[in-house]
Design a protein around this ligand. Structure first.
Ligand code: PLP
Length: 352
């Protein structure tokens, strides 16, 4: 079957580009003695998680226990959950996971540590714990090196928990600053820090220059998207995920309507000044998807010399690949347009 025969709108992945992206970053990490632990948030597919591990990744990263549970069922052996686990119900699920996989978790506060301690009491193997620190993302994470050391000491006080090291997102110059201040404090306290886990596709290939991390967590690098092009972290040729759409109306000379709206492309925009609209049309680069309804996208063709006809297939590179995969039950893998697999997106909607 060929891509042309698929009903639109439909997300499709160029297998050769995805494999090239997997291989290229793995080679970079190998060259710089960095461990690679891909985040599965971009593809949400056991298939690609296994491909990444076969290429050399040491394990995977997930954000939610529900994602870890699905991945564990498919035989992935080493899973890091980069999110505070809070509450007994989740602690019990975490403990259950230790029956199947080597599991580690990030933590930045005592309340979450309480849940981990409870899980450790029921686990069948030690649970690895990393202290998350803030390094420019303004998300969660301890704010000072002293807090990091104190939390590490509290982790070491729980039998069944294994202090693995530090974790942050994204890797920035601030990561280096934090590590410069905190690693001597850890040494002074006699606490070993075997792992420093950093991440983010935009800075992935600069990791060795940015900060002394030992592990790289990246998600978007496998598919890339318009945001990565805008961040100069990818080119159009590196984008593996495309949404195939159809022009269903050309009501005016300067407007086309495609059959993909927010339910297909998501409502994510690029940061201000980096590009307009809800996706890039590589065959009509001056066209702008400037409005989305749930089911349809309104394409402004004022600046586009060539204009797509009603009935024409139009490719869209999404702004943000991860949210797009979450919107679809399945994606199609293709090679030069020939479909080679239809893959259910098993991890979509795993919010718990
Ligand atoms: C904790 C964590 N690690 C890694 C990543 C991967 O980032 P990217 O998709 O930029 O590679 C993310 C993305 O949100 C994240 O939240």
């Amino acid at each position: 079957m060929h891509l042309d025969e698929l009903s639109s709108p439909v997300p499709v992945v160029d297998y050769d580009i995805a494999r090239r992206n997997i291989g290229r970053l793995q080679q970079y990490c190998d060259r710089h003695q960095l461990k690679l632990r891909p985040h599965i948030k971009t593809h949400k597919l056991p298939f690609f998680a296994h491909e990444q591990c076969k290429a050399g990744a040491i394990g995977i990263t997930v954000q939610k226990l529900g994602e870890a549970e699905v991945m564990a069922q498919t035989g992935l052996a080493d899973i890091l959950v980069t999110y505070n686990i809070v509450g007994r119900e989740k602690a019990e699920r975490l403990a259950n996971l230790t029956n199947f996989v080597r599991v580690s978790v990030a933590v930045d506060n005592e309340k979450a540590l309480e849940a981990l301690g409870w899980a450790a009491g029921r686990a069948s193997a030690p649970i690895g714990v990393l202290v998350e620190f803030e390094s420019g993302g303004n998300r969660q994470g301890v704010q000072t090196p002293e807090q990091a050391v104190n939390l590490a000491k509290a982790i070491l006080g729980h039998s069944g928990l294994e202090f693995k090291g530090l974790m942050t997102y994204p890797t920035t110059a601030k990561t280096a600053e934090f590590l410069q201040q905190s690693l001597p404090l850890f040494r002074k306290s006699g606490i070993e820090v075997p792992v420093v886990s950093g991440g983010g596709t935009p800075s992935a290939y600069h990791t060795h220059e940015l900060a002394p991390v030992t592990e790289v967590r990246v998600g978007t690098y496998i598919y890339n998207d318009r945001m990565m092009i805008a961040a100069s972290a990818a080119t159009l040729e590196d984008c593996a995920l495309t949404v195939l759409t159809t022009v269903v109306s050309r009501p005016t000379i300067d407007r086309a309507v495609i059959d993909a709206g927010s339910k297909t492309l998501s409502s994510d925009l690029l940061p201000p000044g980096q590009g307009n609209g809800y996706g890039l049309l590589p065959d009509y680069p001056d066209a702008i998807i400037d409005r989305l309804n749930e089911e349809h996208g309104l394409v402004n063709l004022e600046r586009s010399v060539r204009k797509p006809e009603a009935g024409e297939r139009v490719r869209v590179i999404p702004n943000h690949a991860c949210v797009v995969t979450n919107l679809h039950d399945q994606i199609y893998l293709h090679r030069n347009g020939d479909i080679i697999a239809q893959l259910p997106v098993y991890l979509r909607g795993k919010t718990v």
